[in-house]
Design a protein around this ligand. Structure first.
Ligand SMILES: Nc1ncnc2c1ncn2[C@@H]1O[C@H](COP(=O)(O)OP(=O)(O)OP(=O)(O)O)[C@@H](O)[C@H]1O
Length: 252
């Protein structure tokens, strides 16, 4: 089982911002999408989800076109964590996570015992269970990012697309969040996650897709893709790759 997309394409302001003839994301598995700012990572996820219309493009999931699934089926199939989330109302933390159960017919004030257990489990998993009554609008940036992870995990979808879920987090919390996503993949899901920290890609991903100028330049295992020559092509300089991680030297 997998998510297979073909002929994904987008232009903006007369410029090609996405051109992906074919890409496959394995299930189970965790794929890290890496690439410099503006290389098309978010555009790729949005094209997969259909929020950027794809007249020629095809996105197949579980042997059917994503567009053939009803909205409720889609919500049970694929969860999306956007890079920026704005909450319309100052809802308590536990209610925000309960929203992740909507596809199962949950109403926040009347959760089934199964919904309640799931909400508790995911909030505890990101260390926010004690904050369940706090208004989500008062959480710190990092706490809010973890809340979004909890909401996505509450949906229990076999596919999860996450756009920089670790960007606002301190190093320890980054590992906590990536570990949760890793666990989801180990439990059978297809997790596609955009990360900027190449060490996280190396530590947690089964597959890495390297993007540049709207195209996927390379895909493969972290060992295949996270190599100095390839990375230097897109980041402009070769990183230092060692047991402690992948870092870029100060520009001289
Ligand atoms: N609606 C739009 N109009 C004009 N340009 C756009 C539009 N949407 C995206 N772009 C451009 O497309 C390019 C790819 O954007 P995208 O958000 O996919 O990059 P990214 O790799 O996710 O970047 P980052 O790492 O900075 O989040 C960028 O140069 C962006 O400015």
């Amino acid at each position: 089982m997998s998510l297979i997309a073909s002929k994904l394409y987008a232009e903006a302001s007369g410029r090609i911002i996405l051109d992906v003839p074919e890409v496959t994301f394995e299930r189970p598995g965790l794929t890290a999408i890496i690439g410099p700012n503006g290389s098309g990572k978010t555009t790729l996820l949005r094209a997969l989800l259909g929020t950027i219309p794809q007249p020629q493009g095809l996105v197949g999931i579980e042997d059917r076109q994503l567009s053939d699934h009803s909205p409720q089926e889609r919500a049970r199939l694929i969860a999306y964590m956007p890079q920026k989330t704005v909450l319309a109302w100052p809802l308590p933390v536990h209610t925000v996570v309960a929203l992740g159960r909507f596809a199962y017919g949950a109403v926040p004030q009347r959760l089934t015992p199964e919904d309640q257990a799931r909400v508790k489990r995911v909030l505890a998993g990101v260390g926010l269970w004690e904050r369940k009554e706090q208004s989500a609008s008062t959480l710190s940036g990092g706490e809010f990012a973890k809340l979004m992870v909890a909401r996505a995990l509450a949906a229990e979808t076999p596919y999860l697309l996450a756009d920089e879920p670790a960007a606002a987090l301190d190093p320890a919390q980054q590992h906590q969040v990536l570990s949760l996503l890793r666990k989801k993949a180990d439990e059978g899901a297809c997790v596609v996650v955009i990360v900027h920290d190449l060490s996280l890609a190396k530590d947690y991903a089964d597959h890495v897709a390297l993007m540049n100028e709207g195209r996927i330049l390379a895909t493969g295992s972290p060992t295949d893709v996270l190599v100095p020559d390839l990375l230097a092509k897109v980041y402009g300089q070769a990183p230092l790759i060692g047991p402690q991680g992948i870092t870029f030297p100060r520009p001289s």
